[in-house]
Design a protein around this ligand. Structure first.
Ligand SMILES: [Zn+2]
Ligand SMILES: [Zn+2]
Length: 357
């Protein structure tokens, strides 16, 4: 068709397609912003929302206290161990002195030193006692540290169990939220697609076609491209199923129109020549002629052959002779290319036929 359009019209038409694309672009931008803002409708969930707050706080405090107690027990243990070491060293030293003294006493055999023997033995026993006490203190601190550690481990296990249960609840809730957000988006974009389909069927040839096409592009983009990053795992099904439905509808429409066109064409080819010529628009006829096909039946004809005046397929007149100058000219031309006389014979009275000779 574009070959026969007036130059300005051609450029205007391109400009209008640009308008359609720009319109679609702005709509897509607006839609994208809207869809992107949707998750803010839902509040962000965290693990704490699914745990008994009092219980979890108690557990966390318990862990903190047990950790602190373990640390304190460790410190005390270090002190106690040091004390025990001192006591052990003292005992060792005292025993050595005692043994030396004993050896000397055996050598000298002095029986008046029995009282001192008793005193020294008692002193040694006292040191031994002190060592044992220090050892007991060490054991107490070891026990305390172990208790605190086990308590902390126990509390940690309980907290982990609680968190695991909460995590499951959180995951389930996230899936629900995901589904809800997806449904919001579907509820926004699917009607757009339906509206676009209606516009495509009913309004694509109206004066406002650039806006119609802009809207159709936008609706397709919004549904098949913009929805994708927000699709849950099963969202693909929705997209493909809708895609299949849309394709089937469009395909069905195309098949129906093709059959209707063939039907119309068959009927048209049975009409008388003049009526068929009248029903063809000037632009359509020129467009078909420029492609080397018959304007009536759209089958190829050799238009360059000066012998051919009628379509051999449907019989429509392709060339006739000017009534003013009798030159052979296209039957669809409005004016004679040789003398400028109007070519629309049947509708014009002979008086007006004529022109600048
Ligand atoms: Zn034909
Ligand atoms: Zn003429």
């Amino acid at each position: 068709m574009s070959k026969t359009l007036r130059l300005t019209e051609k450029w205007m038409r391109r400009g209008l397609w640009l308008v359609a694309i720009v319109f679609a672009g702005f709509l897509i931008g607006l839609g994208g912003t809207l869809v992107g803002d949707l998750p803010k409708v839902e509040k962000q969930l965290s693990l704490d929302d699914f745990m008994d707050r009092a219980a979890s706080t108690a557990l966390r405090n318990g862990i903190k206290n047990a950790d602190r107690a373990a640390q304190e027990a460790d410190d005390a243990l270090a002190q106690a161990q040091l004390k025990r070491q001192v006591a052990q060293a003292d005992t060792r030293a005292a025993r050595e002195t005692f043994n030396n003294w004993l050896a000397t006493r055996r050598a000298t055999q002095l029986s008046d030193q029995d009282a001192e023997l008793l005193a020294r033995t008692r002193a040694l026993d006292a040191l031994k006692d002190r060592e044992r006490t220090a050892g007991a203190a060490v054991e107490v601190e070891q026990q305390a540290a172990l208790d605190a550690r086990q308590r902390a481990a126990h509390e940690r296990r309980r907290l982990a169990e609680m968190e695991q249960a909460a995590q499951q609840a959180l995951n389930a809730e996230r899936r629900r939220v995901e589904l809800r957000v997806f449904l919001y988006r579907l509820a926004l974009t699917l009607p757009l697609l339906v509206l676009a389909g209606w516009l495509l069927m009913k309004k694509r040839k109206t004066t406002w076609w650039p806006f119609v096409w802009g809207f159709i592009f936008f609706a397709l983009f919004a549904f098949f491209v913009e929805l994708v990053p927000y699709l849950p795992s099963y969202g693909g099904y929705v997209r493909y199923v809708v895609g299949i439905v849309v394709t089937v509808l469009v395909g069905r429409q195309a098949i129906v129109s093709l059959n209707r066109y063939l039907e119309r064409q068959k009927l048209a080819e049975q009409l008388p020549d003049a009526q068929r010529r009248e029903e063809l628009s000037y632009d359509t006829a020129l467009a078909r002629l420029s492609k080397g096909v018959c304007p009536g039946c759209e089958r190829p004809v050799d238009l360059k052959n000066p012998e051919i005046d009628f379509c051999p397929h449907c019989g429509i007149g392709l060339f006739d002779h000017c009534q003013a100058c009798s030159r052979r000219k296209s039957a669809f031309a409005k004016f004679c290319h040789a003398c400028g006389a109007s070519g629309e014979r049947p509708r014009l009275p002979p008086a007006t036929v004529g022109g600048p000779a």
